[in-house]
Design a protein around this ligand. Structure first.
Ligand code: IMP
Ligand code: MG
Length: 173
């Protein structure tokens, strides 16, 4: 596997889009308390940067989901970590690294809905709508990309390259 010669998305662009998104979220939830649930591991990097720009009362929690059978439309998801904060009657924002097939987000939303939140919205750093297998739409998407496999800023290739500040296209060698 090799990386593209130049980043697909630079750290500077990520920073600007994150600031814009944080402004929108702060406006939309003005006067409300927000429970932000960051989806590990990939969402930790974007999530940490996003929440520090929110002008709201925020509680932060984490969730970890492992998806199986991404090639099949069943897309079974196991939860390896669940939030310990109560969900019932809360305004919940789920923060993900990327919406790809949408199967992970769908399973997370179904799980949270069962706990009776006041509202649930999905925020993603990246969106690859071309790959979608579910009707899931991101409520807050920082950057929409074409159908590339990307790494960096939380996104991994077999657990490597999450730490890169920019986002790169990973190409088969
Ligand atoms: P989904 O359930 O297909 O929407 O995929 C969700 C997960 O697949 C993401 O949280 C990522 O961990 C992984 N994923 C999808 N596309 C990419 C990519 O381009 N690079 C790295 N990981 C990806
Ligand atoms: Mg991954």
């Amino acid at each position: 596997m090799r990386l593209s010669d130049t980043p697909l998305i630079t750290a500077d662009t990520i920073r600007k889009r994150t600031a814009e998104l944080a402004k929108r979220i702060s406006r939309d939830y003005a006067g409300k308390e927000l429970l932000v649930i960051i989806v590990l591991k990939g969402g930790a990097f974007f999530g940490a940067d996003l929440i520090r720009r929110l002008d709201l009362e925020v509680t932060v929690d984490f969730l970890r989901a492992k998806s199986y059978g991404k090639t099949r439309s069943t897309g079974a998801v196991d939860f390896l970590l669940l939030p310990d904060q109560p969900i019932t009657d809360r305004h919940v924002l789920v923060v993900e690294d990327i919406l790809d097939t949408g199967l992970t987000a769908q399973a997370i939303l179904a799980h949270l809905a069962a706990a009776g939140p006041a509202s649930v919205a999905v925020c993603a750093l990246l969106d690859k709508p071309a790959r979608r297998q579910t009707p899931i739409k991101g409520d807050y998407v920082a950057i929409t990309i074409d159908n590339h496999f990307v790494v960096g800023y939380g996104l991994d290739c077999e657990e490597r390259m999450r730490h890169l500040p920019d986002i790169w296209i990973a190409e088969e060698k």
